[in-house]
Design a protein around this ligand. Sequence first.
Ligand code: AMP
Length: 198
Amino acid sequence: MHLLIMGPPGAGKGTQASRIGGHYSIPAISTGDMFRAMKDSDTPLAKQVQEIMTSGAYVPDEVTNAVVADRLVADDCADGFLLDGYPRTLDQVSFLDGVLKEADCELDAVISLSVDADELVARLTRRGATDGRADDTPEAIRTRQQVYADQTAPLLDVYRERGLLVEVDGLGDIDDVTRRLFAALDQRAGDGALVASS
Ligand code: AMP
């Protein structure tokens, strides 16, 4: 099972990703988490990545692609994976296409979590106050939303055209969103477009 989960900042990708990963017994791989983990290393690259993240901009494609390629060859990805927050640019889409082709596998579905803009800002502001994420400041939130709209939202059309997009309403209670999400994936499996798994 090879899945992607996409959505604007604050849509709840991380929470749902770990549930989906657990359900299908595949690793949920978050590039944001991988980059955040770099904050403990004292290298010029790690510092550059932290600065970029704090501003709300995207880490350059060549860095992001290299980190993902390294991660996907790990043993736990042998039966599949769920990528959370990757790809985010057209260049990353092409790179991932190449990685999948090389491994002789294909994406099964791309989950898109949608939440309205006002709710997103409210969620991120709440998270900034409780989790202390450096990029949950009002300024970084605005940058992240703009970068998402410019560079990542167009990817939804790419995957829609490929017939892979599964759109799920991310508004409301977390458990309700999870239920909607599995219902949408189950329906896709019922349509024969997804290999069903328990
Ligand atoms: P996230 O935890 O997914 O919201 O990601 C947090 C931050 O990590 C983003 O705002 C970017 O700075 C960086 N990041 C995560 N994934 C990517 C990606 N695929 N491409 C570029 N930057 C990324």
